[in-house]
Design a protein around this ligand. Structure first.
Ligand code: G
Ligand code: MN
Length: 274
């Protein structure tokens, strides 16, 4: 299914037919490849087209009204899963993506808050990721809502950092906890000297401002080593682990592991943490 052929109506129908599901990608502390949590990532299991990634349908959802329903569905499902993991004695921190549109809609943001309260989960276990490209529209309101979330104990991450029109302005205006460096900066490492310098300075600036830094899209061992060399403390990416269905994340001696290491969802260099 081509991105251009997906309509708002298709997404609405898919929600009714329960075709959306969540995958989870572990986030790692790079120095010892210890899992610190998971990011919930939306997938669309289309009956004909197969698995569709959010890059193909999120822009359509964000143009229309379906984004609100998708965001709410993701929060409900991810919090249900975290509860299940907790009941199985698997204590996991959870990152969930929230669109700037939902963040700045009073009605829908209140509903998200309602979902959080209803879940009864500890807010300190939760990080909300907000993509910086979309933040510009109503920056004051966004900053205010972010402040409210942080006051309730939730951590806030600026996602895809560096790709927005005014990344530095966002840093100035938004009080957040975490910066997630967009994978387009990681992609050309370590070959590109220029990208290396950019990312080195991004990490240094983020640390000076006392943010935690997560590098996205680590696909090779060389990229991992380069980032470790810059004291970038956290990361995620296919080299470490691809997004996997919830059932693949299991507990072992109170550590986090993967049930099925042979799955083709998992990269050959999967690192266990024990
Ligand atoms: O915008 P955000 O960073 O939340 O998007 C995450 C998306 O990136 C997910 O759809 C996920 O599957 C994908 N992703 C995760 N790790 C990698 C990676 O190492 N390389 C690439 N190209 N994509 C990745
Ligand atoms: Mn994200």
């Amino acid at each position: 299914m081509q991105k251009s052929t997906i309509t708002d109506r298709d997404i609405q129908k898919a929600l009714v037919n329960k075709e959306f599901l969540l995958y989870y990608q572990p986030l790692y502390e790079l120095k010892d490849c210890r899992i610190i949590g998971v990011e919930a990532l939306l997938r669309w299991r289309h009956p004909v087209a197969g698995m569709i990634s959010p890059g193909s349908f999120m822009p359509v959802a964000e143009e229309g009204k379906q984004i609100y329903e998708l965001d709410k569905a993701v929060f409900r499902e991810a919090l249900r899963q975290v509860r299940k993991w907790r009941e199985e004695k698997l204590q996991l921190e959870l990152s969930v993506n929230l669109s700037a549109k939902t963040l700045t809609s009073s009605k829908h943001f209140e509903e998200i808050e309602g979902i959080l309260v209803f879940s009864g989960e500890d807010t300190r276990m939760l990080t909300i990721e907000i993509t910086e490209t979309a933040l510009l529209a109503d920056m004051e309101l966004a900053a205010d809502r972010i402040k409210g979330l942080r006051n309730s104990g939730i951590k806030v991450a600026l996602d895809d950092f560096g790709t927005g029109y005014s990344s530095i302005l966002h840093l100035k205006k938004m009080e957040v906890d975490i910066i997630k460096i967009d994978r387009s900066f990681v992609e050309a490492l370590p070959q590109s000297g220029k990208d290396g310098k950019i990312i080195k300075n991004m990490v240094a600036m983020a640390h000076n401002l006392e943010y935690r830094v997560i590098a996205e899209g680590i696909e090779t061992e060389a990229q991992l080593e380069f980032l470790k060399g810059l004291s970038c403390e956290y990361g995620q990416g296919y080299y470490l682990c691809k997004p996997v269905p919830a059932e693949k994340i299991t507990s072992s001696r109170n550590d986090i592991s993967f049930a099925d290491k042979q799955s083709d969802e998992l990269p050959p260099k999967l690192r266990n943490i024990y």
